[in-house]
Design a protein around this ligand. Sequence first.
Ligand SMILES: [Zn+2]
Length: 56
Amino acid sequence: MRKLTVEEQLSVLGGARWACKTCGYLSNDHIFYSTASDMAYAHKKKYKGHETVVRA
Ligand SMILES: [Zn+2]
């Protein structure tokens, strides 16, 4: 069975989440999109060059 892509993992999970396409990190569920967005931004700042995706 092939591994799900980050986008596919986000699509099957509920809530506002973000994930990192570079290191494969998948966040916990956030109530607000803005929280997930802030966390994703912080991750990008911490790990230069990582590409994150945020899902409301
Ligand atoms: Zn990362």
